[in-house]
Design a binder for this molecule. Structure first.
Ligand SMILES: Cc1cc2nc3c(=O)[nH]c(=O)nc-3n(C[C@H](O)[C@H](O)[C@H](O)COP(=O)(O)OP(=O)(O)OC[C@H]3O[C@@H](n4cnc5c(N)ncnc54)[C@H](O)[C@@H]3O)c2cc1C
Length: 409
């Protein structure tokens, strides 16, 4: 039996502590907050998208950094095992659109309570409001931790599950990166991900609050296509957000740190340019004696109409039957290619995850143990691992937490 120290009572830390304790180890968990799972509480807009019920390929496809590293972790504790784990702890689950799994109650607190009860049942000693300040290593072996109050706590093994640096108010302030660097591990470049983006053009602000469904968003670096997705997006006071934008940030975020990119929205992706032109022609035909500004009501949501009219360059008062073919085709082009300049990502305070982290090159993928310090394990978002939305990031936390927990000797 070893004495195991777990730093962080989030998703990964709780599961690591549970499985180390189920293996008969004496486990002490240190959590700087007054309760466990503060970030878990706000996941999935308070409903907690626990995992994704897709097949293994879908799981690996959704991982955007180092999916191969996760091979052992995902197969050791699959999404199905994660679901069974919670069902066995008394949380009934349901699967929604996109294979997203939620507690049947729609309450993330059910997940947190289940973890807490299991930790207590197993006799894990939880120290709330206790921040770990330092990790101690001697002769490349973990020996203990130092708490903020100066107290030293010795142990045989330690799981660092301190999370990333997004939504720092939940407790994830990047301490694990510091522990990792100090004990000889590389931490890769960090940046916010699954995060909204800022837009240069004046009209984004004018459109704030407008949600567009069934549009195609393409992000370009010059002429090079970096991202292309069909779905829903939203305008905000600073720029753009919503599912396709949030997912895009995971793919184009790094580049957007260095340079501006172009967001191109196809407002009518179901219609080809020719079909859209026919549709516009029909609308013009029906309204041929009206002014342009009164002839396009059916094409756009009310908030978007004045912007599209202004960007079209066609005088709003122009009679529809006076609009030239060239002007009409430019208008069609605008609807298919509504462009905006993306200037940057929003901050960590609005980011669902931190991209980057403890380099997976320094970690054994079969155990989550450091290759540099024996007895020191890393799990969850502190690692250089991240995935798209849909329950995949929590699956990373459950799987790596599990693997660390069961691997401790
Ligand atoms: C708004 C929001 C919504 C999200 N929704 C989803 C979702 O629905 N589905 C999904 O899959 N993912 C979601 N995520 C991502 C998911 O929450 C994270 O990937 C996941 O919580 C990471 O788990 P973790 O255990 O590694 O870190 P965390 O959950 O962040 O836990 C880390 C814990 O460590 C503690 N800690 C840190 N430093 C110390 C220290 N020095 N001493 C003691 N304790 C310390 C912190 O207080 C914290 O409790 C969401 C994220 C956000 C911000």
């Amino acid at each position: 039996m070893s004495k195991v120290i777990v730093i962080g009572g989030g998703a990964a830390g709780a599961v690591a502590a549970i499985f180390a304790a189920r293996n008969g180890h004496r486990v002490e968990l240190f959590e700087k907050n007054e309760k466990i799972g503060k970030k878990l509480f706000i996941t999935g807009k308070g409903r907690c998208n626990v995992t994704n019920a897709g097949d293994m390929d879908a799981l690996f496809d959704a991982v955007k950094s180092n999916p191969k590293f996760l091979y052992s972790a995902f197969y050791s504790f699959t999404n199905e095992q994660a679901m069974d784990f919670f069902e066995e702890l008394g949380v009934r689950l349901k699967v929604e659109r996109g294979n997203r799994v939620f507690p049947e109650s729609d309450h993330s607190s059910d997940i947190i309570h289940a973890l807490k009860h299991e930790l207590e049942r197993l006799g894990v000693e939880i120290h709330f409001c206790t921040e770990v300040k330092d990790v101690l290593v001697e002769h490349e072996k973990f020996t203990g931790v130092v708490l903020k109050n100066g107290k030293k706590v010795s142990g045989d093994a330690c799981v660092v599950a301190t999370g990333g640096i997004s939504y720092a108010s939940t407790g994830s302030t990047g301490d694990g990166y510091r522990f990792a660097e100090k004990t000889g591990h590389k931490v890769t470049e960090l940046y916010p991900s699954l995060v909204p983006m800022e837009v240069k053009e004046w009209y984004a602000k004018e459109l704030q609050g407008l949600s567009l469904r069934n549009v195609r968003g393409t992000i370009l670096d010059g002429k090079k296509k970096l991202y292309d997705e069909f779905g829903e997006m939203l305008f905000t006071h600073y720029g753009v957000s919503g599912p396709i934008i949030i997912s895009a940030s995971s793919v184009v975020g790094k580049k957007l740190q260095d340079k501006e990119l172009t967001l191109q929205i196809d407002l009518k992706p179901a219609l080809s340019r020719e079909q859209l032109d026919q549709r516009v022609l029909r609308d013009f035909e029906e309204n041929k004696n009206k002014q342009f500004k009164n002839a396009v009501d059916k094409l756009f949501p009310a908030k978007l109409k004045p912007i599209m009219i202004e960007l079209s360059g066609i005088s709003p008062e122009k009679k529809v039957n006076e609009i030239s073919k060239e002007e009409r085709l430019c208008f069609v082009d605008l609807i298919k290619n509504f462009k905006m300049t993306l200037t940057g990502l929003r901050s960590y305070n609005e980011a669902i995850i931190t991209k980057g982290g403890v380099s997976v090159k320094d970690i054994d993928p079969g155990t989550m143990e450091s290759k540099k310090v024996s007895g020191l394990y890393f799990a969850g978002e502190v690692l250089d691992l991240d995935a798209l939305t849909g329950g995949f990031n929590l699956q990373i936390a459950w799987s790596t937490g599990y693997l660390a927990g069961i691997s401790i000797q």
